[in-house]
Structures are given as structure tokens and as C-alpha cells.
Design a protein around this ligand. Structure first.
Ligand SMILES: [Zn+2]
Length: 201
């Protein structure tokens, strides 16, 4: 039995199941909601139900959307010839926010992880192959995170797509902006040297 009335205890328990929210933060959020006018709780509960009812995957790129196909897949000004592969919707959003990339995306919804029993059939790989057959794609950019599983996923996809007549590339790995060489690990330095770019005009 908790120290708060059962409905409040229940809210704290539900909130503490969310990622990155421990018991203390959950209690703080629950007390805040309780203290604020009823409108906040109503808006919150409506938003929660809205995302569950209205948001789904785009049937082309598998990004989250409330309209299928999503706004990016519908945008006729974007380059159809380039597809950027990302692990999850958060990665897609980060690249999109940079404003640099103007092609299409394909969200894998995970990466290969044999130890966790995640194979190609658990990712949107078959759907990628279907797209490449239907669409006129000249280049596939792999923007997968540089972890051991990410590297394995890139190798797997590179092999799978090697005979499709498509230029395959991956985003460069190396020193982040504002970084300091003295504090970089050997693996990062190795990749940074390997991914060096020419300064010739
Ligand atoms: Zn889409």
C-alpha cells in the first residue's frame, strides 16, 4: 500500500513504466498534473489516445504518419533516386531536421541483433527490396548508427543490394563537430582517417 490515494498511486505506477522516468520523476509529474487545472489532464489523455488511434506506419517508408503515404513520400519536389536507410523514426527526424537531405527514407525499425534473436525478417528489409524493384533508385545511403550491430546491418544490406546496380554508400564516421582528437577512442580515429575527404577542388 502506497502513501498516496490509490488513483494517484496508479498514475505514478503507469508513468514510472515510461522510458527514462523513474519513481521520483513519475511522482513529480503526477503531482504536477493533479495540481494543474483539469484542462491539462484532458489534453494529455486526448493526445495519448490520438497518437494510438491516428498514427500508423507509412506504407512506403515505414515512418510514423497520420496520412498514408506520409508527407515526405508525397512530396513531389524530393529526389526519388536516393533512399536513406535509418534504424528508427527518431533517426529519420534527426536527418530531416538537418535540412540537408532531400531524398526519400526507409525506416528499418531496428537493426540486426542475432543475440536478441532479431533477424532480417524482423526488420523492413523485404519491404525495402520491393521498393527497389518498383522505384527508380540510383543510390542507397545507409545512415545506420555506428554500433557493432549497426555495422553488421550495413554489411548485410550492402551484400544483399550488391547486384542491384545501385550506388551504395554510408554516412561518414568520425570526429563530431566541436570534438577533440585527444579524447577520441581508437576506433573513432580509425574510421575518421578511413572516411577522410579530399580537399582538392
Ligand atoms: Zn513515407
Amino acid at each position: 500500500m502506497g502513501i498516496y490515494p490509490p488513483p494517484l498511486e496508479r498514475l505514478i505506477r503507469h508513468l514510472s513504466k515510461l522510458p527514462g522516468i523513474g519513481q521520483k520523476s513519475a511522482t513529480r509529474v503526477a503531482l504536477y498534473i493533479l495540481k494543474k487545472p483539469r484542462g491539462l489532464a484532458e489534453d494529455l489523455s486526448r493526445s495519448l489516445m490520438d497518437v494510438k488511434e491516428k498514427i500508423r506506419f507509412c506504407s512506403l517508408c515505414f515512418n510514423f504518419t497520420d496520412q498514408d503515404p506520409c508527407a515526405i513520400c508525397r512530396d513531389e519536389t524530393r529526389n526519388n533516386g536516393v533512399i536513406c536507410i535509418v534504424e528508427g523514426p527518431g533517426d529519420q527526424l534527426a536527418i530531416e531536421e538537418s535540412g540537408i537531405f532531400k531524398g526519400r527514407y526507409h525506416v528499418l525499425h531496428g537493426i540486426l541483433s542475432p543475440l536478441d534473436g532479431i533477424g532480417p525478417e524482423d526488420l523492413k528489409v523485404a519491404e525495402l527490396l520491393t521498393r527497389l524493384e518498383k522505384e527508380q533508385v540510383q543510390e542507397v545511403i545507409m545512415a545506420v548508427n555506428p554500433t557493432a550491430e549497426g555495422e553488421a546491418t550495413v554489411s548485410f544490406l550492402a551484400k544483399l543490394l550488391s547486384d542491384k546496380g545501385i550506388v551504395l554508400s554510408r554516412i561518414a564516421l568520425g570526429i563530431p563537430m566541436g570534438g577533440d582528437l585527444k579524447y577520441m577512442d581508437a576506433m573513432t580515429l580509425r574510421h575518421a582517417l578511413k572516411s577522410r575527404t579530399s580537399l582538392q577542388p
